[in-house]
Structure formats: C-alpha cells, structure tokens
Design a protein around this ligand. Sequence first.
Ligand SMILES: NC(=O)c1ccc[n+]([C@@H]2O[C@H](COP(=O)([O-])OP(=O)(O)OC[C@H]3O[C@@H](n4cnc5c(N)ncnc54)[C@H](OP(=O)(O)O)[C@@H]3O)[C@@H](O)[C@H]2O)c1
Length: 343
Amino acid sequence: MEENLKTMKAWQLHAFGLENLTLDNVDIPAPKHNEILIKVGAVSLNFRDKAIVDGIYTPDKIQFPVIPVSDTSGTVVAIGSGVNRFKIGDRVTSHLYSHWIDGKPADNEQEFSLGSPLSGGLAEYMILEEGSTVFSPSSLNDEEASTLPIAALTPWYSMVTCGNLKTGETVVLQGTGGVSIFGLQIAHALGAKTILTTSDDEKGQKAKDLGADEIVNYKQTPDWATEVLNLTNGIGADQILDIAGGEGLNDSVRAAKVGGQVSVIGFLQGQNTNLDLMNVIFKRTRVQGIAVGHLKAFEEMNKAFDKYNIKPVIEKIYSFEEAIEAYQHLAKGAFGKIVIKIS
Ligand SMILES: NC(=O)c1ccc[n+]([C@@H]2O[C@H](COP(=O)([O-])OP(=O)(O)OC[C@H]3O[C@@H](n4cnc5c(N)ncnc54)[C@H](OP(=O)(O)O)[C@@H]3O)[C@@H](O)[C@H]2O)c1
C-alpha cells in the first residue's frame, strides 16, 4: 500500500434508493487487532444487495451511510496486531456471515453480515476480520473469486454440506440466476444428474453447454414437477434447490423423491406459501431452510473449485465508476453473475 495514502474512493448509501448511492472520498480504515486491510480487486452483486438499497432487506438494521455489497475479493495490504493466518500479498475473499465459522448458525448471524449492517466492499479498500476470511481459490482471479461468497456457497452448502450429494444423484435447479448456475456447475462437477428449469430456451441451451442434462421450460410447462417425475422414471429428484419460493414450494416437494431434500433458498415468487403438509409427511421430505453457509464449507468449496476447475459464469464486468449501471443490470436479471472491477 502506498505510504501516506489516507483517503480512498468508496460508494456509500446515504438513504434507501439507488439515487442515494454516491461515490465519496472517505478515510482508509486502519486494521485493528485480528483485522486485515485489503485492496479490493472486485465485488459481485447479489439479489440481497439490491434489496438492501431498496430498503426491503432488514431495513431496521442499516446505519447510514454504509459502504454496500458483501461479496469481495482482493489482496491483503496491511495487517493488525495478532494476525497470523494472513500476510501482506495474500489473495483473499470475504465471507458474508462473518461470525458463522462452522456448525449450526447462531440466531444473530444477520448482525455480523457484510454490506449491511457491517461495511461492505464497494470501495478501494476494506477491513475484514482474519477469522472470517478465506483464501481465494488459486485458479480464479479476483473478478471470478468475488462471485463465490453467496451465489456459490449457497448451493454448495445446500447440496453438499446439508444434502451430502453423491455421484449419480439427481438435482433440480430453478432458473439461470447466480445461485442456480453455480448449483448446476457444482452438481455437474460432482457427477450428479442435473435438471434445470428456465423461462428462456436460449438460456436453457447455455445451461446445457455448462453440463445440464435436462432442461424444462417452466413457462411452456408450468407443471414442471410432473416433468421432473417423468424424467426420473417416476421416482423424483434427490434434491431440489428452490429459489422461487411462494406457492411453487409445493411443486418442489412433488418433484422430490421420497426422503429427498428441498432446500428453501429464495423467494422470487413470494415469501409465503400454503404448503400441502400431507405430501411432505407421506414423502418424508426434508424441507431445509438455507441461509448461505459457514466458513468451513466455504473453504471446502474453494478446494473443489480448484480441483474441478470450475469457472464462474460472469455475464458482465462493470468498472468501479459504473456501479449504478451494475445495480440496474442486476434488477433486469442476468445469466450468472454481475461483477464490478475495482482495481
Ligand atoms: N437463502 C439464501 O442463502 C440465499 C442466497 C442467495 C440467494 N438467495 C435468494 O435466491 C433467489 C435467487 O437468487 P439469485 O441471486 O440466483 O437471483 P438471480 O440471479 O436474480 O436469478 C433470477 C433467475 O431466477 C429464475 N426465476 C425467477 N422466477 C422463477 C420461477 N418462478 N421459477 C423458476 N425460476 C425462476 C429466472 O431464470 P430464467 O430467466 O432462466 O427463467 C431468473 O433469471 C433470490 O430470492 C435470492 O434472494 C437466497
């Protein structure tokens, strides 16, 4: 880090609404005990980042101004006292739930999440706690590694940590957003059979190119669950990653095999559902709520990314100055991830 450099550029959210996100000059924070300062290489955007700006994601927790965006990769440029896991020059990536290291989550993990309420990475420099930071996979550059903390860890934690996914099992992925495309790539790399639903045949073809075994267009075939049963000889899938939520959760239970796992991840169709309990009971479905994942799972996942050479699918990389355009792109949806390159 350049000597005497005292200030940095940082996007700060001063109130809800994208019009209140401004590029400011602020002091570069100094790393305290057990903290590291990183020069940010890139951040990636998630649905959560837009929801925070829109004031619909834990709005009571936010303290303005805040530097938004959780998912960040960069290089360590300074370390605080007591730091021994990292040294200057290491390439690292942030971990959303900074206090959830292993095992079961505490009931207040949200309070220690990056990008709100804790400061995020949409800035030239960022402080991270050494205990809640991971080494970036050596096979990925910062733009690629920045896509991992939410969008990749969520399907990894669902399928592998909770679901113990095995070669030859079948996984259903919904849509072609960040979570589902990573879910597809991970499941495919681990030798699972994948069925992906999408509203768009062109995106379906791209998903096939990434290894999807079967594509179901959920607009043309609204009863996609029956189609999944047909494609699995009437048995159903071992795991469903449900990112749509709402009433569709019933379809996910129907599409799962007896004793299968439905990971409840997203709520694109709604945050409430009338769940047919008799189906859940008779099928002994494991309905598993998911909130991203813990740091130990993140480290295991990064090894798998290196081992299987999984390359994140990035639809577009914006410059630091184009952050607003990146958020606007996120609102329109993307095949895979949207990244902002910072240095
Ligand atoms: N619980 C967690 O830990 C966690 C973590 C990450 C994300 N999430 C949540 O998961 C959801 C997805 O996140 P994301 O980042 O992947 O979003 P995204 O990148 O914006 O993905 C949106 C895609 O979802 C698909 N989709 C929308 N409605 C659908 C429906 N009814 N059925 C099937 N697919 C549908 C569409 O794919 P097509 O265009 O191909 O149709 C759309 O492009 C969001 O609700 C997000 O908040 C939760």
